[in-house]
Design a protein around this ligand. Structure first.
Ligand code: FPP
Length: 243
């Protein structure tokens, strides 16, 4: 086989990003465009989550993480915060059975210990129920902040017994203090609704992530949009600081 042919074959290989992370934005604007209350935008956002989870498994994505509630989202009106918590409860209660059938492991990341107690119980139950899933890990970030995660990691190090505390920290040992140390860094981070910011998501983990921004509002996101993002990722050349 000549060099040209070998390259052709190589070019045909589609590299599927192992970990895709999504900043789901634009629910409020989607609702406003329809003269609906904001919570209806979030409800439509749940439907987009359901579609995207199926789409991700169809594509062969191994880890999908979703930024559902940030440590800054507490600043929203109380009614909206309570409405969002209601939707998280609804999603967990209604979807765990299906996720289990689909071999999907549901996990959570963030300061979940500060969420309402019944939601914490549901989280523990859902993680337990789905822990054997090995087709895809679905990571829902709830009360998550990237800076807070780094600070929590530092405090966990300071809290360790001085006898066993590591004398020095390197990248690998630091990672072991993060919320989900086994989760690979995101290969691709998607943000919907035209905003072009990371907004405190996966700060430690995103150093070499490819960023993809789309004007599509989150409730309109679907498999076609996810495939577009993955195809754009496949056109990028990742150099990790090399040449
Ligand atoms: C941002 O849109 C969206 C959120 C803060 C909430 C995301 C939550 C969901 C999609 C609901 C359920 C999720 C799961 C995992 C079940 P925005 O309100 O900031 O929109 P705007 O910028 O247009 O106002």
């Amino acid at each position: 086989m000549g060099q040209g042919k070998a390259n052709e074959v190589e070019n045909e290989v589609e590299i599927i990003p192992a970990h895709v992370a999504i900043i789901m934005d634009g629910n409020g604007r989607w609702a406003r465009q329809r003269h609906l209350p904001r919570i209806m935008g979030h409800y439509a956002g749940v439907k987009a989550v359901e579609r995207t989870v199926i789409a991700a498994t169809n594509i062969g994505i191994r880890y999908l993480s979703l930024f559902a509630f940030s440590t800054e989202n507490w600043k929203r009106p109380k009614g909206e915060v309570l409405g969002l918590f209601g939707l998280f409860r609804y999603y967990i209660k209604c979807k765990v059975k299906k996720l289990k059938e689909e071999n999907i492991r549901l996990r959570f990341s963030g300061r979940t210990n500060l969420l309402p107690e019944d939601l914490q119980d549901l989280i523990l139950w859902a993680q337990d129920e789905t822990e054997k899933g090995n087709r895809m890990d679905l990571v829902v970030c709830l009360n998550y902040g990237g800076r807070q995660e780094i600070i929590d990691a530092v405090n966990r190090i300071l809290d360790t017994d001085p006898e066993t505390r590591p004398k020095q920290i390197d990248e690998e040992s630091f990672r072991s203090y993060l919320y989900l140390p086994d989760l690979p860094d995101p290969d691709l981070i998607i943000r919907t609704s035209g905003e072009k910011r990371i907004s405190n998501f996966w700060l430690w983990q995103s150093s070499y992530s490819e960023l993809y921004f789309t004007d599509v509002l989150w409730p309109d996101f679907d498999e076609v949009r996810l495939r577009e993002a993955v195809e754009e990722y496949q056109r990028r050349e990742r150099r990790y600081g090399g040449i």
